[in-house]
Design a binder for this molecule. Structure first.
Ligand SMILES: NC(=O)c1ccc[n+]([C@@H]2O[C@H](COP(=O)([O-])OP(=O)(O)OC[C@H]3O[C@@H](n4cnc5c(N)ncnc54)[C@H](O)[C@@H]3O)[C@@H](O)[C@H]2O)c1
Length: 348
């Protein structure tokens, strides 16, 4: 089996590579990434990419089709990966998350690749009612990031054939430890606040709903998707990837962190306008189709592991929201220092 993971040098990539290497020890594993966060390593003695047969540094916007020769499965993780980045770099977001994905999926199909897995997002449900959203419910993307995922899914669907299986995993918001940690994710942000200042500052009134998934459980879902048979979900499948047990209100997440980190104070910003993004998600379909790949981590163990790891790293900076753990700050910093051009291409 030859597997190509595109966008492997971010937060989700390292766990995914480990999972695929463990499941398919003899496979040929290839990574492809532009390398924005390549040196933003956390908590590792070795480069996560040593588990690959080959790491290619490249841009999905200029993807050489030769790379697909002999590839059986493609996993597309590459993205400008959150709402604030999508707002600042809207054109690049559409080009990387959507148009390049479709171009590469077309090339993959022509090259005889059998399966294509796309990292989609539950954020496409946007502002939802109180009931949990199913895959068939109306989408309500509120941001450029969420729109890029909707557009990509829409154009991936007609590409699926009897020999080209497409799976879009609509992931819940990720959390947990990674060899390339991000702190611009709600639970990770709360634990970081607890570690540096014993204070969890909720930037909303705390009522919005957020489904969560541990980043290592994302890797298990990806492993399931790449070998999914068409008899299990069809030639094209868009499925919510997470667990019904992991639908939480933001204030519940903060309280859970407060319970685990001794002496921690939770502050809610009472004056904050209601967060428009609030969605509960129904994960029944994923449970039915992937019974052996259900999330195995829970909220408390995820918080404890993050707390332990952030303490070990020695995270102390109360301004961690300005730090290298924030994807937007890294990109903006590289741009300000002249390393990245206006459209986030390397400037040399
Ligand atoms: N983290 C989450 O909460 C979450 C939730 C749902 C879906 N997802 C999706 O999962 C995927 C991985 O997310 P992540 O948290 O690892 O994001 P990340 O920002 O940590 O990693 C994204 C990777 O894509 C690479 N990339 C960006 N532009 C590229 C380009 N032009 N060419 C090649 N590579 C490029 C980056 O260098 C980076 O390594 C993304 O598609 C994201 O939208 C993430």
């Amino acid at each position: 089996m030859k597997i190509l993971v595109i966008g492997n040098m971010g937060y989700v990539g390292p766990g995914t590579i480990s999972q695929l290497r463990a499941t398919y020890p003899d496979s040929e594993l290839i990574g492809f990434d532009i390398g924005y966060f390549a040196n933003r390593l956390t908590n590792t003695e070795f480069l996560p990419e040593v588990k690959l047969n080959n790491q290619i540094i490249g841009d999905v916007r200029h993807f050489p089709s030769e790379i697909l020769k002999g590839v059986d499965a493609v996993v597309y993780l590459a993205a400008i990966s959150n709402d604030p980045m999508g707002a600042k770099y809207e054109d690049v977001t559409l080009e990387v998350n959507y148009r390049s994905c479709i171009r590469i999926a077309n090339l993959a199909r022509e090259a005889g690749v059998k399966s294509f897995t796309f990292a989609s997002s539950c954020s496409m449900y946007g502002a939802a009612d109180q009931y949990a959203k199913k895959e068939t419910d109306t989408l309500n993307p509120l941001t450029a990031y969420a729109r890029s995922k909707v557009f990509a899914e829409k154009e991936l669907e007609p590409l699926a054939t009897d020999t080209f299986t497409v799976t879009c995993l609509r992931f819940a918001t990720a959390c947990g430890m990674s060899n390339r940690l991000r702190l611009d994710l709600v639970l990770n942000d709360f634990v970081a606040g607890a570690v540096v200042s014993k204070e969890i500052n909720i930037l909303s009134d705390g009522t919005p709903w957020r489904p969560l998934i541990n980043v290592l459980d994302m890797a298990r879902a990806i492993e399931w998707a790449i070998s999914r048979e068409q008899s299990n979900g069809g030639k094209f499948l868009a499925v919510n990837a997470g667990s019904n047990r992991w639908n939480y209100q933001v204030k519940e997440l903060a309280e859970a962190v407060g319970q685990i980190v001794p002496g921690c104070k939770v502050t809610v910003n009472q004056d904050a306008p209601p967060d428009k993004r609030s969605y509960k998600v129904n994960f029944d379909l994923f449970e039915k189709l992937a019974p052996n790949h259900q999330p195995i981590h829970d909220l408390h163990s995820t918080i404890k592991e993050l707390y332990r790891s952030l303490s070990e790293i020695g995270l102390k900076d109360p301004k961690f929201r300005e730090s290298k753990y924030m994807r937007l700050k890294v990109l903006a910093g590289l741009q300000e220092n002249g390393f990245l051009s206006y459209n986030l291409s390397w400037a040399w």
